[in-house]
Design a protein. Structure first.
Length: 71
């Protein structure tokens, strides 16, 4: 995994996987012409992914700070 560790890093991993699963699941709605299923995909890429991206930025910034201080 690209993001390793406990705490916020773990939540980032879980949120990214959930976002991807919902987004891909939403593609089934396209094939079935079912908007209810497509809405799952919209939640994946319009709600969960931005949350995960913001948390990922925090994790990477904290990691960069630790490297800069030599810890």
């Amino acid at each position: 995994m690209a993001v390793q560790g406990p705490g916020l890093a773990r939540r980032v991993r879980v949120t990214l996987v959930a976002s991807a699963a919902l987004s891909l699941g939403g593609l089934v709605g396209v094939a079935l012409a079912n908007m209810q299923i497509r809405n799952m995909g919209i939640v994946g890429y319009a709600v969960l992914y931005p949350i995960a991206a913001g948390a990922l930025a925090r994790v990477l910034a904290a990691d960069e700070t630790l490297e800069a201080t030599g810890r």
